[in-house]
Ligand binder design. Structure first.
Ligand code: FAD
Length: 504
């Protein structure tokens, strides 16, 4: 039946999903309403977990030079990330258009078709597929597929057509954003409270800065209503500096509207990224959580299309990612209140500053900012790492004596069983799943100075990097394989079924 999957929207989330599906050989068409990339960049950075997700597929090199942040905070309250065992710092100063260009090059290379100038306007579902209606340069046309995924942003047409609710909190605050060149702007990457509001300034490239302004009491504004003079007046009022003569690259307005889709799947329609959650852009979260949605969904949808998905696998996309979206909304609301509320919030900020000195509290706040806190219910217990992501920086010594980092094992997007036991038993038990799971015989190199990390033995990791079985005491490895990868020997398709080696 036609294409495997049609994706509406070639934003970062639609492109990430297309790549994940292609890694498993699924036919993918991405329909994008815009005739050409917008060149705009709402996002200018991403979180640590998004960094790791890109790294898992070997994509960071495609972004060129990137700068790791060096100031940890939660809504402007300083949190000393340097004192924590894990690395929580995000990436800053990478415009969103560069991330989209990198992803589009990747998915095109993998064989996905990105069709620009095609807007998804309707669909109808049948028992064995879905007919998607697009409006394109030659008018209306229909295409068939097994699934449609709406990665079509906060105002998602697919969500509306599917009748999926988008409940939440309407906008109460307005903010300005402008990218400007030719002004000597002092960096304020964390954002600062100043009399009359909050201001932030992020260096985008040499001579180009992003300024973000929230004047206290500013009501929500539509982007189209905002002029640069208004933005410059506001910046001057809050900082004393005039930027009226700047070379203006982009001006916009945004709000604190906070909403989440009630369902991430309805029948043959799924939603991902901003179509499932919108919130105030505090802490570089939207794109970052969106690409993690895509990486959670990609292999599950591929397993379903390719016919080896165990019962209920596709529904774990909603059950795993909807709670992550709920926490995202809660965390961005909390951060924006801390950031944007005037002097009446000062007692709360001061209590938060004190709490952030307590290591456990600092760890919890950092995990919300970085995305490293995410733990899925993987249906087993008995090992502290179950459901968490495998730390990408953990080093292994392979059977041939060479060393590699854990993150490299995930480049192919398949499951990975690291067999670190002396008998090779786990590897033998996993052999019938070798078309979906790579078995790597290796031992873990002790992590220097990482006193807080639980010891690692044999582990089974999903394509998205989360641990679903771990020895000892993490349950039965074959049960975990069946639960997540279906029946043994189901003959899964994937683009590159070769086992991963240290060189890959
Ligand atoms: C001021 C601001 C700053 C931000 N900063 C950051 C940041 O630093 N880090 C971060 O992680 N996030 C940030 N975000 C959020 C981030 O920009 C979004 O979360 C991200 O763009 C979501 O990606 P997406 O692919 O889900 O949706 P989008 O990027 O909105 O892409 C959706 C695509 O779908 C297309 N489309 C829409 N309807 C249709 C249709 N019917 N048919 C076909 N195509 C369609 C659109 O043209 C678009 O290309 C920021 C947001 C704002 C407003």
């Amino acid at each position: 039946m036609g294409t495997g999957v049609i994706i509406a929207g070639a934003g970062p989330v639609g492109l990430m999903l297309a790549g994940e599906l292609r890694l498993w050989g699924v036919d993918v068409v991405v329909c994008e309403q815009r005739a050409a990339p917008s060149g705009e960049s709402r996002g200018v950075g991403f979180t640590r977990r998004a960094y790791e997700v890109f790294d898992q597929r070997g994509l960071l090199g495609g972004l060129g030079e990137i700068e790791i942040g060096n100031q940890g905070h939660f809504g402007g309250v300083r949190v000393d990330f340097d004192k924590l065992d894990d690395i929580h710092f995000g990436i800053r100063g990478v415009p969103q258009y560069r991330i989209e260009a990198m992803l589009e090059a990747w998915v095109t290379d993998l064989g996905a078709s990105v069709e620009r100038g095609y807007e998804v306007v309707d669909y109808r579902e049948s028992d064995d597929g879905i007919v998607v209606v697009t409006e394109g340069p030659q008018g209306r046309s229909e295409r068939t597929a097994q699934y449609l995924v709406g990665c079509d942003g906060g105002r998602s047409t697919v969500r509306r057509l599917a009748g999926i609710d988008f409940p939440g909190i309407p906008a109460t605050r307005g903010m300005y954003v402008a990218d400007i060149a030719g002004c000597d702007i002092r960096p304020r990457p964390v954002g600062e409270r100043v009399p009359g509001g909050m201001v932030m300034a992020i260096r985008l490239e040499e001579g180009v800065d992003r300024i973000i302004i929230h004047p206290d009491g500013q009501p929500p504004r539509e982007t189209g209503e905002v002029t640069f003079t208004e933005v410059a007046d506001s910046w001057q009022r809050l900082t004393g500096q005039s930027v009226h003569d700047a070379d203006v690259r982009w001006v916009s307005a945004f709000t604190n509207t906070t909403r989440q889709a009630a369902e991430y799947r309805r029948g043959r329609v799924l939603l991902s990224g901003d179509s499932t959650h919108i919130h105030v852009p505090a802490g570089a979260q939207g794109l970052s959580v969106g690409v993690q949605d895509a990486v959670n969904l990609g292999w599950k949808l591929a397993a379903t299309v390719n016919g080896w998905a165990p019962e209920g696998l596709l529904d774990t996309y909603h059950s795993e990612r909807h709670p992550v979206g709920q926490r995202l909304l809660r965390s961005t609301l909390a951060q924006s209140q801390l950031y944007l509320t005037g002097d009446e919030m000062e007692p709360v900020r001061s209590v938060m500053r004190e709490l952030a000195q307590i290591p456990e509290a600092a760890h919890a706040l950092a995990g919300m900012v970085s995305g490293l806190e995410v733990r899925y219910d993987v249906g087993a217990s008995g090992h502290p790492l179950l459901g968490l992501r495998l730390r990408p920086d953990r080093e292994l010594q392979l059977a041939d004596g060479s060393r590699t980092k854990a993150v490299r094992l995930l480049h192919h997007g398949r499951g990975v069983l690291v067999d670190a036991g002396p008998s090779g038993e786990a590897g033998k038990l996993a052999a019938p799943w070798s078309d979906r799971v790579d078995v790597v015989a290796a031992t873990w190199v002790p992590a220097e100075g990482a006193t807080g990390q639980p010891a690692l033995e044999s582990v089974l990791v999903r394509p998205d990097g989360h641990i679903i079985w771990a020895a000892p005491d993490g349950g039965d490895v074959q049960e975990a394989l069946r639960r997540w990868f279906g029946a043994a020997g189901a003959n899964a398709q994937s683009r590159d079924p070769e086992a991963v080696t240290a060189a890959s």
